[in-house]
Ligand binder design. Sequence first.
Ligand code: FE2
Ligand code: FE2
Length: 196
Amino acid sequence: MARSNPTSGSSSDAPRDAIALLKQDHRTVSALFEEFEKADDEEQSAIAQRVCQLLTVHATIEEELLYPAAKQAFEDEEDDDLVNEAEVEHGTAKELIAKIEGMTSDDEHFKATVTVLGEYIKHHVKEEEGELFPQLKKTELDLKELGGRLADRKFQLMEQLGIEEEAAPQPRKRAASRGAARSKSGNRRSGSRARH
Ligand SMILES: [Fe+2]
Ligand SMILES: [Fe+2]
């Protein structure tokens, strides 16, 4: 159907494959959870806030666009169950996010709640990447087209929240995450936006 003609997109932002976009989000948050565990109290609060915001955006685009598209594309009930499970897990994750957002870092359970959210997200991501996404690839769903819609909605939500796109994380070089990693964002649509 849609040909991958590089001239068909509007100037610089050709749509990325939906799965690639979502996997990159997963990498970004998992790197932040790792950073959280090693950070000092002051940094932890900022990291937790960012994780909550990014997860909220990610969950929203999946719920609004990915999951309905997946349900439509899937023909087997078992595959629909994967989506239903993911939706229920989002509900639990959002409860934890709301708790964290209502806490200060000196709350007795602050660190534990962020850690539990991290473990929970890890499990959820494993299921999405290990089961849901592979099943989705087998369908007729146009992942490029969906990727474009996910990217647009993500951009819109991030603007609403006043947060910026993050460079792709470099898990093995966490110390460099503040400076060097940022220059990697040049190919992203918001790559030229201001720093913090
Ligand atoms: Fe999800
Ligand atoms: Fe996800």
